[in-house]
Design a protein around this ligand. Sequence first.
Ligand code: NAD
Ligand code: DAU
Length: 339
Amino acid sequence: MTNLLVTGGCGFIGSNYVRMVLEREPETRVINLDALTYAGNPANLKDCETNPHYRMVVGDIADRSAVEKVFAENKPDEVVHFAAESHVDRSILDSSPFIRTNVQGTQVLLDVSRACGVKRYVQVSTDEVYGSLGDTGFFTEETPLAPNSPYAASKAASDLLVRAYVHTHKFPAIITRCSNNYGPYQFPEKLIPLFISNLQADQPVPVYGDGMQVRDWIHVLDHCRGIHAALRGGKPGGVYNFGGRCEKANIDLTKTLLGLLGKPESLIRYVADRPGHDRRYAIDCDYAERELGWRPATRFEEGLRATVEWYRQNRAWVEEIKSGAYRQYYQAQYGHRGL
Ligand code: NAD
Ligand code: DAU
């Protein structure tokens, strides 16, 4: 039996990852350490709660004694670190929680993982650490780090800490950097779920600036498969970029969503731009394809259609977030209100 500690497993990507591992690997025990911030929703893994190989622990990765206790009780062989403050707009309003969780939390996790002899550690990072591209070119693993938002800076700082622990302590860590994910269980503050849920309610959708910013979209399960391939087959000290080879301008994506939901373009509202808004992200994932035998498999049109359908069938999930009722679930199940 392998003990796999996942941090941030109640968030969007973490919950998809935990479910995927439990389905694929009956010989793996998954321990999910999550502080249940506003972005963490244990209902995302409700279907896994009765799985004897799944355990949820409420705790803050920046709290060293809490993390030491989790490690002592669960003896993880492997760590996949998702837990983070993840929303760029929130980091512009207040960067403090980003430094605490993304930088200090990563430092604690690295220290405790190292002290406990963890054999493999994956730092789930982002293409935003590379900054912004012009109209041409792609981010590779060699692109210099040039983060532009406080969120991206906090992720770059944690990547550099990981790099230093690999170099100094020979700690067996791997860094993955992925482009924009979409799919089920994404918190409705991010573009795709926000726009879907607004449109379902015939509410306008706020397009920042001229809407010509470009993002490279990947289905969350393709990202999860990549992370797992890196965990099991990546080189310690390695960096792997994942992307969907699927660049879309925000306004084009918005119009596609309007079409899928059968809503009029009059619901588009151009609003003030995000300060420091990165213009374009695009990932060159040749290296991960070659080294890990991984490939993004979901066609965007199919993945987006399925995502819209998921949000159609799970309107109660969105409503509970929008009304705040999902936080009562914490209280009832875990006796905890979250950070
Ligand atoms: P999310 O915001 O949906 O989830 C974050 C999770 O971390 C939540 O469950 C939250 O409760 C938990 N968390 C936050 N602070 C914590 C703390 N101090 N201790 C323990 N748990 C804490 O995020 P996401 O979109 O699922 O992103 C997961 C990871 O993937 C992040 O590290 C993010 O930087 C990275 N990433 C995201 C994307 C994307 O498109 N969403 C792309 C590339 C990389
Ligand atoms: O690239 C990976 C990153 O993708 C991850 O590291 C982040 O955690 C994740 O949040 C995401 O960052 P973005 O800032 O690209 O995602 P977001 O969904 O916030 O915005 C996508 C694009 O849409 C971006 O250009 C800003 C724009 N946007 C966003 C929102 C929420 C709008 O035009 N209107 C909106 O209301």
